[in-house]
Design a protein around this ligand. Structure first.
Ligand code: B12
Length: 208
């Protein structure tokens, strides 16, 4: 019988989560499906944090367990692509240090043929702009998990406009707290809370 991965993660049942991930991969489940279930668990943990049932230590524990599951899943995501189809620069904006979702997106994007330049977390606006200037990518991606991240992303987009670097660039924002409204507010072209939908949108930007 299948274990409820999201619930097992919420209850920090480390051995159960890791054994289930291995078992399901052996049974032929897709790594992306398992990531979706684990992501649901992180969402539930976030809700418990909001209601005061969980504290920062629980957020940290969940991040640790998610990362351990990713160590098993990551090699399965990295099917080497034959050709490079486009260049993406990605980073988490200033003030935000969440990187689990960003790292997943980077791995899957590489597996789908994108050349990915990861600027890391807590990236100041000027660094995004300098990287766009230097590397001339087709796509700039933000990964945002905090509401206070919206303003720093808008700052980057405004700076790109000011410097004439926005025209040939597509911008996509991902991460649990983002919505279509956030996309419009910061002036991006795409938005998602799902890695595969993000890949689809990025391919669409390139006419694929
Ligand atoms: C784990 C976690 C942490 C960990 C982060 C560890 C790490 N290395 O990333 C730690 C403990 C450090 C942490 C700290 C904090 N956190 Co926190 N955290 C979370 C939690 C539980 C899960 C986030 C996560 O990893 N989800 C799983 C991943 C896989 O999902 P994802 O990021 O959405 O990514 C997927 C897609 O969105 C997409 N994607 C992601 N990025 C991108 C980018 C592109 C370009 C594309 C196309 C796609 C894409 O692909 C991924 C796979 O599908 C969330 C709860 C939640 N609901 O999300 C809170 C949450 C984000 N945290 C929150 C808060 C408040 C904080 C703190 C301020 C707490 C505090 N009081 O100190 C600090 C802030 C630290 C900082 N300055 O950034 C709030 C944010 C509220 C808000 N609206 O602003 C949340 C929502 C919890 C809550 N409900 O209150 N946190």
């Amino acid at each position: 019988m299948k274990v409820n991965l999201a619930q097992a993660l919420v209850e920090f049942k480390k051995d159960v989560v890791l054994a289930e991930v291995v078992q399901r991969l052996n049974d032929g489940d897709k790594p992306v499906q398992l990531i979706r279930e684990l992501q649901d668990g992180m969402g539930l943990i976030g809700q418990k944090f909001e209601t005061g049932d969980y504290f920062l230590s629980e957020l940290l524990m969940s991040a640790d367990l998610f990362s351990k599951a990713m160590e098993i899943l990551e090699p399965k995501l990295q099917e080497t692509a034959l050709e490079t189809i486009g260049k993406i620069i990605i980073g988490t904006p200033k003030g935000d240090i969440h990187d689990i979702g960003k790292n997943i997106f980077c791995t899957v994007a590489k597996g789908n043929g994108f050349e990915v330049h990861d600027l890391g977390v807590d990236v100041p606006a000027q660094r995004f702009v300098a990287a766009v200037e230097k590397l001339n990518p087709q796509i700039l991606g933000f990964s945002a998990l905090l509401t206070p991240s919206f303003e720093p992303m808008k700052e980057v987009v405004d700076l790109l406009l000011e410097r004439g670097l926005r025209e040939n660039l597509k911008i996509i924002v991902g991460g649990g707290v983002t919505t279509a409204t956030v996309k419009r507010y910061i002036g991006a072209d795409g938005q998602t809370t799902d890695v595969m939908d993000g890949i689809k949108q990025c391919k669409g930007f390139l006419g694929r």
